[in-house]
Design a protein around this ligand. Structure first.
Ligand code: FES
Length: 207
């Protein structure tokens, strides 16, 4: 049994149009070229990443001593990764998340346009994994400000759209780039979860 104790919420009026990938994270309007996943939907869709769950497991199943007990379930850390006032446009800030383990390299960047899942006054601050979802190619140094994309990957040229939740633009990958969920508290920017599976992991929290 799984009981959902807490899920992230967003203000009812926080329904700005945002961009979202067409295939696996949202609903793209191909006629207009825009996406229709707003911030609220993005956060709710991502709630599994940040919610706290109570999972009940049965000890001694089938015996007279069987009983249900709560299991310990890991949740994402809330990690301070930067300051809003110190971010410069198109200047990626590197950090590790959700731990210091393999494939935890991520970056925070302030784009020049609104982005799906973006935070800040202009909803243009986003964060992503640096590891290509295809075969783990390193994407450090491939950010292209003019197109708001990451790539091409040095191995097989996959390129990801930073404005639409890391959806694949071209190349051999078939999954979007994992997006780090962000929260802004005053001037502090926190990483609070990951939207998508990090390459090389069967569970984002298992390095
Ligand atoms: S590892 Fe990046 S495209 Fe293949």
């Amino acid at each position: 049994m799984i009981t959902k104790d807490k899920a992230p919420t967003a203000p009812e009026d926080d329904r700005e149009a945002a961009t979202a990938p067409a295939s696996d994270h949202g609903h793209a309007d191909h006629k207009t070229g825009t996406c229709v996943m707003n911030r609220r939907e993005f956060l709710l869709t991502s709630s599994a990443a940040t919610a706290t769950f109570t999972v009940m497991v049965t000890l001694n199943p089938g015996s007279s001593e069987a009983k249900e007990v709560p299991a310990a379930v890991a949740t994402y850390p809330r990690q301070l990764i930067g300051k809003l006032s110190e971010l410069n446009a198109h200047d990626p800030l590197d950090f590790n998340y959700p731990d210091e383990g393999e494939y935890s390299d991520c970056f925070l960047v302030k784009l020049d346009r609104e982005a799906g899942g973006g935070i800040g006054p202009d909803k243009n601050i986003v964060a992503f994994s640096y590891t290509c979802t295809h075969q783990g190619g390193p994407l450090q140094g491939t950010y292209k400000a003019e197109d708001a994309v990451l790539g091409p990957c040095p191995l097989h040229l996959s390129t990801y759209d930073m404005t639409r939740h890391g959806i694949l633009v071209s190349g051999n990958a078939y999954q979007s780039l994992p997006q780090v969920l962000l929260e802004l508290e005053g001037d502090d920017i926190y990483a609070v979860g990951v939207f998508g599976l990090i390459y090389g992991r069967y569970d984002n929290l298992q390095a």
